[in-house]
Design a protein around this ligand. Structure first.
Ligand SMILES: [Zn+2]
Length: 302
């Protein structure tokens, strides 16, 4: 169901069709959280994992307050499911992931229908890094209430953040790279406020640096720097990017488009694989130094 609302489109169950309130739309987002897969055997979080989840949620609340989004619906601990690696593999098969086996080896977590599934990790630092990324996905899933009606680009029911489909039926994902980078940027905000020493973790660069989508991160920050203006610094645009993830708005993309016509079309097509960012950087005409940095990074990722 699609409703016209203040010139933008919203989806979801709206109790009063004539007077949708932001609150009612937000609520509809919660109604979409389905029950998790009960036939997967989960592991109860161990003491470290539980403390990390609690600390992540605390930092998330602090971060949302800091970016002036205090009403963001917080996820609940029962939306987090830790799975042994065999079960994580089964999950990827169940959700129809292509090449489930290799994806299960390469990835450590995913969000499906409002639930976070994490592969059991022995590396504690890794767990503390992966968790905020998946939490950021679920938070954006829960909080988005409006979405674009970009010419010809329509939103489908289950998309989160700035991920849209051209035609819902053909399943071609748009903005999937942008969505991931915004998610990781949001996760970095959470990690920045997490007290890792209280979890017994030694300081480690991976706790503070982008943990995934590194090539995309380079493209996105290069574009943010282009819309950097004297009165609105880079920090402002990073904050706006985080707000866009929560609100499903397109303020940052619009600013980028205003600066350089054609940017949005290229970003819409940028997928989430590392080399997709290089292709986008070249199409965007980013400077040679940026392109070389991405190329060097790609070599280390191979
Ligand atoms: Zn992700």
């Amino acid at each position: 169901m699609r409703e016209k609302y203040f010139g933008l489109y919203t989806t979801g169950k709206i109790p009063d069709r004539n007077k949708p309130t932001l609150e009612s739309i937000r609520k509809s987002r919660f109604e979409k959280i389905e029950t998790p897969f009960h036939d997967l055997s989960e592991l109860p979080p161990n003491a470290f994992e539980q403390k990390t989840i609690d600390e992540c949620f605390r930092a998330l609340k602090q971060f949302c307050d800091a970016i002036d989004e205090p009403d963001v619906p917080m996820p609940k601990p029962n939306q987090i499911h830790i799975l042994p690696s065999m079960e994580y593999h089964r999950l990827l098969e169940k959700v129809g992931e292509d090449q489930a086996r290799s994806r299960a080896e390469q990835t450590n977590g995913m969000v499906h229908k409002g639930h976070i599934y994490l592969k059991k990790l022995l590396d504690q630092n890794r767990f503390a890094v992966v968790l905020p990324h998946e939490v950021a996905h679920v938070v954006s899933f829960q909080s988005e209430h409006v979405a674009f009606s970009w010419k010809g680009v329509e939103r489908t029911d289950r998309q989160i953040g700035s991920q849209f489909l051209t035609k819902p039926k053909d399943g071609e994902a748009l903005f999937s790279g942008v969505h991931e980078i915004q998610t990781e940027m949001f996760a970095m905000g959470i990690r920045h406020l997490m007290d890792f020493s209280s979890l017994g973790l030694k300081d480690d660069p991976q706790l503070h640096n982008p943990s995934a989508y590194l090539t995309h991160f380079i493209v996105w920050t290069a574009l943010l720097k282009e819309i950097y203006t004297a009165e609105h610094g880079l920090g402002y645009w990073m904050t706006m990017s985080n707000k866009d993830l929560l609100r499903g708005t397109y303020r940052v993309l619009k600013a980028m488009e205003t600066k350089n016509k054609g940017t949005v079309k290229i970003l819409a097509a940028m997928g989430s694989e590392p080399e997709d960012a290089l292709e986008a950087a070249q199409a965007l005409g980013l400077d040679q130094e940026t392109i070389d940095t991405i190329k060097q990074l790609l070599e280390t990722l191979e």
